[in-house]
Each structure stands twice: as C-alpha cells, then as structure tokens.
Design a protein around this ligand. Structure first.
Ligand SMILES: Cc1cc2nc3c(=O)[nH]c(=O)nc-3n(C[C@H](O)[C@H](O)[C@H](O)COP(=O)(O)OP(=O)(O)OC[C@H]3O[C@@H](n4cnc5c(N)ncnc54)[C@H](O)[C@@H]3O)c2cc1C
Length: 428
C-alpha cells in the first residue's frame, strides 16, 4: 500500500486521513496516511501554537468541517456511501457525541473558539485511529521512490519516515517580526504576552497585515485599553468577507474556477481572501473609533523618543512616518516556508518541475487538479498554494471534503495508479 505522509495535523490532514479511512472501510483503494505533527493535533488552533490564544472564534462556520461539502462525485456507485460515512466525523456528530448539539443550535449555531475547533480535530483523530508521529520535520530528501523525511521529537531524537507521496500543510512559522526590537512583536510573541496579560504598556499600537492573523490580533488588542490602533496594509481599505452565497459558493465549489481568466481569479482572491476580515471581526472593529486603517508597506522602522517610527511607502504619495508605541507583525505565514527543509536533490527536482528557480508564482501556477505540483512523479501536494490554479477554498477551511477528494481520487475505483516513481531520480 502506498504511504501518503502529511506534515502538520491540522484540518487538512484530518480531512485527508478521514476520507482515506472511510474509503478503506468501504473496501475502496486508499493510501496509508501518516501524519507528522510538531505539537498536537490541531496545534495551531491552541494557545501554544503561536497563531492564536485559542479563545478567538473561527471566522467561518464550523459546519465547514473535515467532510464539507459532502459531495464526492468521482467514485461511481460509491459516492452516496462515501458522503454518508463522512458524516460520522462532522462537526455536528462531534457535538452530538459531546452532548452539546441541542445547546449549540439553541444558541444560534455560534462559531466555536479556536481551542474548541482543535478539540473537534482531536476527536476526529481518535475516531479514525490516526497514525500520528509526534515530531518536527527538519528535512525532506528525494529518494528513488518518493520522499524521506527526518523528524525530531522533543528530546531531539530523530526518526526517519518514508513517503511515496507528501502533503505539506500549515502557514509555517509565527516567530518572524519585521525587525528585532522590543516594541516590534511577532504574532507568536504577541499571543504569548497577551495570554499572560503582559503586553508592553502602550497607548498607540499598529498591526501590520490585513488577513485572519491580523484580524484575530486586532480583536484581542481592542480589549487592552489602547488609545489608538492602526491597521497597516497595502490594500486601499480593509474589506469584509461578505459571506454572500455567490462568494461562498466559489469557495465551497471550485468546479467553475477553471472557467475564469487568471485576472478574474486574482480579483476574486483579492476581494474575498487577501486583506479581508471576517464579518464577525469587522463588526467589533467598526464600532470602535480607536481603530483606523493606513494604506502602505512598512519600509523602515526606527526608534523615535519612547516610540517606534514606521515609514509607510505607498506608490500614490510620498512616504509617511507614523509613530506608535507597539507594533505587531501580523503579516501571516511564509507560503514557501517548507523549502528550507528540502535537500539539494529535492530542490533540483522541484526546480525542474516548475520550470526555473522556485518562486511563489511558479509553484502557484504549477499546481494541478490533484493539488500536487505537476511534473513531479512522486506527488508533492501543496493545497495552501492551490488557490490561484484550483480554487480559493483550498488553502483554508472552505472545502476540506473536496480537497481530500482531489488528493485521494483514483482514475477508476479499484485501479489506483501503479506506484509512482520519480522519473528524474531514476537515473541517479
Ligand atoms: C488566527 C487564524 C484564524 C483563522 N481562521 C480561519 C477561519 O475561520 N476560517 C478559515 O477558513 N481559515 C482560517 N484561517 C486560515 C487557516 O490557517 C487555515 O484555514 C487552516 O488552518 C489551514 O489548515 P492546515 O491544516 O493547513 O494547517 P494548520 O491548522 O495551521 O496546521 C499545521 C500544523 O503543522 C504543524 N507543523 C508546522 N511545522 C511543522 C513541522 N516542521 N513538522 C511537523 N509539524 C509541523 C503545526 O504544529 C500545526 O499543527 C485562520 C488562520 C489564522 C492564523
């Protein structure tokens, strides 16, 4: 049986491992799924993960769970059974199991706090008997028949894990900050200090970034007695994710995505995903007259008196200097964070596959229907980079069931393609 290794036990890993479990239970072909996780299942949704304090709420509905949208269509004669079996691992099944379903409905189906979302993912992992390796992946080597990962556990003891195919999830590190300065915090430092109620005393704060990471940080900051809070992003303003049917359907059902031009796709992503706060966060911020948006990119940070002077660059006007007492770098993850783990051979293979030096743009446009980089024989699934080529819902929680279908789908049920080998490697 082929082994698919997933780095990171977040929602994407749970979606794929659960679908593989269901396929096997139905007697259909599926790879063995092994998940390698540095912290715990759902780790990035817990206070210890560096992306949240765990108390903020999901922006999307929890019904967009590991099976959503429950619409497998590729396994002729088995689709109903697959969709039905996946329901056993849904958010509502979790609540029923915990005895809190009626209360959740009666309270108006609230979005859960992040730590509760992690609890749901952990419940799924237990129910499917997830094959989990606890360790941090440090290196990824290309081998003659797949990938070889080296992970180290908390004691620094290494384990090697063989993979026929590999899926990489998560946003990478949350420790990066624009500069090393006691008043400029990474998102990890911010959540650590906010959780301990030890944020530096400050009256003017600036949050750099316009996505979910910045949204959660702002949601927290407004409760900390600042006099002014600036949100700095290159966008003309901060948009709200409208959550209308038309927007949402593009996220849940990427089938029409390929009919859009690349300019139209970029426009949808710009308007609905980048520089966009959830309706819930936007509602809190709208009512707070301390919160303002400033357009620009921070190009310089310097001490000024007791504060920090940020130089904002904006093509349309001269540089502006904005002085604050506290800066939070909430620009989010590094999309290509995993490249540092690739050995020279794996990097060469990726370069050959994408047709040149590995850049964000080249990888994005190389992602195929199966959410893997096209042109590599040993599959490398990168759903976080699949928005432009395959649909805006793949990097987030909008269509985890569709994501698992794309990764696990076989051309004809019962005939999973023969073991994949890496053509380029075979000559070495
Ligand atoms: C604060 C915040 C709120 C968000 N809210 C929403 C929302 O409401 N709706 C939505 O659709 N999207 C939301 N997002 C986007 C969200 O990141 C993605 O939707 C989703 O988490 C991605 O899931 P994932 O499975 O890729 O990764 P994650 O859940 O991020 O999991 C990645 C895992 O990888 C592990 N890991 C990292 N490096 C290694 C390594 N080297 N070795 C082993 N394990 C490793 C981490 O410990 C982590 O557990 C939010 C993001 C943030 C930061």
């Amino acid at each position: 049986m082929e082994t698919l290794v997933v780095i990171g036990a977040g929602p994407k890993a749970m979606a794929v491992a659960t679908k593989a479990h269901v396929l096997r239970e139905l007697g259909l072909p599926a790879p063995r799924v092994v998940v390698v996780e540095a912290q715990a299942v759902g780790g990035n949704w817990l206070a210890t993960g560096g992306w949240t304090d765990g108390r903020h709420r999901l922006g999307t509905s929890p019904e967009k769970d590991v099976g959503f949208p429950y619409r497998s269509t590729w396994a002729r004669g088995h689709n109903r059974a697959i969709n039905g079996a996946m329901m056993a691992y849904s958010w509502t099944s979790f609540l029923i199991d915990q005895g809190t379903y009626a209360e959740w409905v009666d309270r108006g189906r609230p979005s859960p706090q992040h730590h509760m979302w992690a609890k749901y993912l952990q419940w799924v992992a237990t129910r499917i008997d997830l094959e989990l390796v606890v360790g941090t992946v440090r290196s990824i080597a290309a081998t003659a028949d797949g990938w070889l990962l080296t992970a180290v556990d908390a004691a620094g003891i290494p384990t090697e894990i063989d993979a026929d195919s590999l899926m990489i999830t998560g946003p990478g590190h949350s420790e990066k900050a624009l500069t090393k300065h006691p008043k400029v915090l990474s998102i990890a430092e911010f959540w650590d200090l906010a959780g301990k109620r030890k944020l530096p005393v400050s009256s003017r704060a600036a949050v750099i970034g316009g996505g979910e990471t910045a949204g959660s940080a702002l949601d927290e900051l407004v409760g900390h007695g600042m006099l002014s809070i600036s949100v700095i992003s290159p966008m003309a303003t901060i948009f709200t994710r409208g959550e209308s049917y038309f927007e949402n359907s593009l996220f849940s059902d990427p089938s029409t995505w390929s009919a859009l031009s690349s300019e139209e796709r970029r426009e949808v992503i710009r308007r609905t995903d980048r520089g966009v706060f959830s309706v819930q966060v936007q509602e809190t911020l709208l009512g707070d007259d301390r919160v303002h948006h400033m357009q620009g990119r921070v190009v310089r940070i310097a001490d000024q008196g007791e504060g920090v002077a940020l130089t904002l660059r904006n093509e349309m006007r001269p540089d502006q200097v904005h002085v604050v007492d506290l800066v939070i770098d909430a620009t989010g993850g590094e999309p290509l964070w995993f490249l540092d783990m690739f050995d020279a051979h794996a990097s060469d293979l990726l370069e050959l596959a994408v047709g040149g030096r590995v850049t964000h743009a080249r990888i994005e446009s190389s992602i195929g229907y199966d959410l893997a980089v096209s042109g590599l024989d040993a599959k490398l699934y990168l759903p976080n980079l699949a928005a432009l080529a395959q649909g805006p819902g793949f990097p987030n929680l909008s269509c985890l069931g569709e994501l698992s279908d794309r990764v696990l789908r076989t051309d004809s049920v019962g005939a999973r393609p023969a073991h994949v080998r890496n053509r380029v490697r075979a000559g070495r």
